[in-house]
Design a protein around this ligand. Structure first.
Ligand SMILES: [Zn+2]
Length: 204
């Protein structure tokens, strides 16, 4: 997976591996040709890119080959500037084409590989400056409906009653426990009264 992020910017070709570094427009040539490549192209496994160049440019594979990969490589090499000491040493970069970095970034790599969803519209209500971490975490888990309420514990096969720990009459889901339970409604009534807000019902 990480190979997709590593690339080699060709300089003098002394360091870049012909077969294993991602220096050509085709990508890593070992991935294309496999272990028959060195024999078919007559280029040893340990060759650097500079080894595949002579005084007059690329030492190209046979033009008579009918193999589509060899023809592709030949055409791509012809379109690629050969390595040269005047271009300085080969250097390596990390990242995709539009975000190349000269160093490995853990943050970039993590964000590249993890599946990411759109940012939730409610996140500022959970994560804000001076929030209490424990409360923010619980609120976040509740908003995602991942609280370990009894109905979920029972659905996981735990030997526990699914009934509400407050009223013992309905299944204890997140919505029931925090909003719909008659005892929760009384708590909300008292809280809203204390805050000077009109009472409201969370029942649809
Ligand atoms: Zn209840």
């Amino acid at each position: 997976m990480a190979k997709a992020l590593m690339s080699c910017n060709l300089g003098d070709g002394q360091k870049a591996s012909f077969w294993f570094d991602n220096w050509s427009p085709l990508g890593v040539l070992w991935d294309i040709f496999g272990n028959t490549g060195p024999c078919r192209l007559g280029i040893p496994l340990q060759s650097t890119v500079a080894d595949v160049c002579g005084d007059f440019g690329w030492i190209l594979p046979s033009a008579r080959s009918r193999n589509v990969n060899v023809i592709d490589l030949r055409n791509q090499l012809l379109a690629t500037t050969p390595p040269s000491p005047s271009r300085g040493p080969d250097c390596y970069s990390w990242g995709l084409a539009n975000q190349k970095k000269s160093h490995i970034s853990t943050k970039y790599t993590w964000n590249f590989f993890r599946p990411a969803q759109d940012r939730k519209y409610w996140y500022p209500a959970v994560w804000f400056k001076n929030s209490v971490p424990k409360q923010a975490f619980t609120f976040w888990i509740a908003t995602l409906d991942r609280l370990p309420v009894r109905s979920r514990l029972a659905s996981w096969g735990l030997n526990t009653s699914p009934l509400c720990c407050l009223c013992n009459m309905h299944d204890e889901s997140r919505d029931h426990l925090l909003l719909h339970c008659t005892i929760s409604e009384q708590v909300w009534f008292l809280v809203l009264h204390r805050l000077g807000l009109p009472p409201c019902s969370f029942v649809d």
